[in-house]
Design a protein around this ligand. Structure first.
Ligand code: NAG
Ligand code: NAG
Ligand code: NAG
Length: 390
């Protein structure tokens, strides 16, 4: 318009193209035209507004309308797409702080029925520094059981798992923080794994594993064992030694008494109810973060003590992850390629001893085992079908 006016001022002849002359006698016709153009214009605005209102009901933003993020949701599924994204995270990366995450993960539905078909899943929580050397073994273990498990990986903040798109570990890393072993940051990482897994309302059992852990039974056995257990599997015992009660601090009284102090392996298995109470607890957790140091190892005491104090009846007090402490010292035995034999793996699966399971004896005490060196992988893959059933 500005350009047109300028042109007109310059030369009337040139301006003709822009403002065709209208004779005076057509003045009233021109007004009617102007009015009808305005009416059509206003009608267009009203139509446009109502259409856009309809669109915003389905799309959160213009960007999503033209570049939909949820391409996999079919059009007739629009209403369930909102509940789906609430009950299960499809993208594990988020911008929540621990405080925000733990609060959100602690929300528990009051209704007993679910408005969707809930198939309970086992959440496998991998606490690792870097790569997962036994990933090929785990891939075999999980193969064919989609929908019954979910995987979460907490690695060092800068580490990115190098896996292909068809790996079960693809896209399963959660936002992580630095972990210094033996400090309370290890408990923080465990809680972070639990909290992220709690965001999926179908996760019912939660197993903590490390990069040196392997499964010793197949998936259906593990799934049935955990889902049907009345108890969670967290080792929790009283040890009257410098490495046991000796690590208790008087500062924890009166909240935590000396006789309540417990010890146990950090490699837990928890049901959903206990997982929620642990990520929701700050009162007892803060006693450990303040007073369980130095040389105290909060990861060996916080959960075993907390469960003993409040949920002893729900705990089997034993771990389902086998480990060999028989050689003494601060670290358990590590098994590499020369040590892997059929007899050795069989003895972890069943060494003739019995454990209590739902108040009855069972020959299956351990579902997982540690610690294994990466060199053990090929021998384990070689015998997984024949010995471990996957
Ligand atoms: C585990 O220990 C607690 C506390 O001592 C006890 O109440 C509970 O019965 C034990 N669990 C089993 C399965 O024995
Ligand atoms: C593994 O085998 C090596 C070589 O035979 C042996 O020296 C080592 O003690 C074994 N390790 C364990 C944990 O048994
Ligand atoms: C695989 O197992 C078979 C017997 O089960 C054995 O003969 C073979 O040497 C093993 N191979 C490797 C690479 O361990």
């Amino acid at each position: 318009m500005w350009k047109g006016m300028k042109l007109r001022a310059k030369s009337d002849e040139e301006a003709v193209d822009y403002f065709p002359p209208s004779p005076r006698k057509d003045w009233s016709i021109g007004l009617m035209k102007l009015v009808s153009v305005l009416v059509i214009f206003m009608g267009g605005i009203v139509l446009g507004l109502s259409l856009s209102a309809n669109f915003t009901r389905y799309y959160n933003s213009q960007t999503e309308l033209f570049f939909p993020t949820k391409l996999y949701v079919s059009n007739c599924d629009k209403d369930s797409s909102s509940i789906r994204s609430f009950i299960e995270q499809t993208h594990l990366m988020h911008g929540m702080t621990d405080e925000e995450l733990f609060w959100r993960a602690s929300l528990v539905p009051k209704m007993e029925e679910y408005p969707f078909e809930r198939v309970p899943k086992v959440a496998f929580l991998f606490l690792t520094r870097g790569p997962l050397p036994f990933a090929p073994l785990w891939e075999r273990f999980f193969r064919g059981h989609k929908g019954l498990y979910s995987i979460y990986v907490h690695a060092l903040p800068d580490y990115k798992l190098d896996v292909t798109e068809n790996s079960v570990f693809y896209g399963r890393q959660i936002p992580s923080e630095e972990v210094s072993w033996g400090s309370v940051t290890l408990v923080d990482a465990e809680k972070r794994l639990l909290a992220n897994a709690l965001l999926d309302f179908s996760n019912e059992r939660f197993v903590l594993l490390s990069e040196s852990c392997i499964p010793v039974y197949n998936f259906p056995t593990v799934y049935e064992y955990l889902l049907n257990s009345a108890h969670s599997f967290v080792e929790s015992y009283d040890e009257d030694s410098p490495q046991g009660r000796g690590r208790y601090s008087q500062h924890m009284a009166p909240l935590i008494q000396h006789y309540q102090w417990r010890k146990g392996s950090e490699w837990f298995e928890l049901n959903r109810e206990l997982a929620v109470t642990i990520i929701a607890d700050y009162k007892y957790y803060s006693m450990f973060s303040k007073y369980c140091r130095p040389s105290c190892y909060p990861d060996e005491h916080y959960i075993p003590t907390y469960l003993y104090m409040f949920y002893g009846g729900l705990n089997a007090n034993r771990s389902v992850t086998w480990v060999d402490w028989s050689r003494g010292g601060p670290h358990p035995a590590r098994y590499g390629d020369p040590n892997i034999t059929v007899d050795f793996i069989q003895s972890i699966r069943n060494n003739g001893a019995f454990c209590m399971y739902n108040s009855k004896p069972t020959s299956i005490c351990f579902l997982f085992a540690r610690k294994f060196a990466p060199s053990a992988l090929s021998s384990l893959l070689n015998m997984s079908v024949a010995v471990m059933g996957f």
